[in-house]
Design a binder for this molecule. Sequence first.
Ligand code: MF3
Ligand code: CO
Length: 250
Amino acid sequence: MIIIKSQQEIAKMAMAGRIVAEILEELKKIIRPGVTTLDLDRHAEEFIARKGARPAFKGYRSYPSAICASINNQVVHGIPSASIVLTEGDIISIDIGVVTDGFFGDAAVTLPVGAISEEAKRLLEVTESALYEGINMALPGRRLSDIGNAVQRYVEQNGYSVVRDFVGHGIGTSLHEEPQIPNFGRPGEGPRLKPGMTLAIEPMVNMGNWAIEILEDNWTAVTKDGSLSAHFEHTVVVTDDKPEILTRIS
Ligand code: MF3
Ligand code: CO
């Protein structure tokens, strides 16, 4: 069942979303060569506490950290570590979730570390635009699979591939609610979207093939072919009009 949120509930989700957006802005400021992914995690955790919120990922299925920090060929779920030092030219995906007043917010961005290659830049641009292609389909009367179809078409037109093994999700009083939101598939299938549905849309895009594998830590997903990967995510609410992005400072 897809839970429709009331205006009061959406206001709470907007609070959670705002905190997520603010942390991502904070982390953007400190990302540079020499910083470790554990530094980023510490910063995020401190910021979340200062806002009176709680990290959503820490403890979720025993995940150890507040953020996921995934570098270069890592797709998602990279565990922050003192031994992972950012280097000029890297790309880093940061995924953050928080819960405040009982409601969750979830977002991710992929950022450059210093100067990056033109091809890496293009991957980030295409992946972020693919997220917006998906968000633009979050309209009342559309069907759920229109989101993934729009993402997939955009990504493949640009010569990249979308990861199949992870999907976006409904979000609310849990990090993951129904429905699952694949980033691929045929249009016009699945439930009709309705105002008050709150969705975390999160394309993961590989420069090469979409196949991934999981490292020995049982979390970190990497591309099988070693190609670069990017990830962008927003929590959005379907309205009578345009979708509203909750994890953006506006
Ligand atoms: N954005 C991801 C998701 O919603 C992050 C989950 S990381 C985990 O699934 F540690 F919480 F699993
Ligand atoms: Co998510």
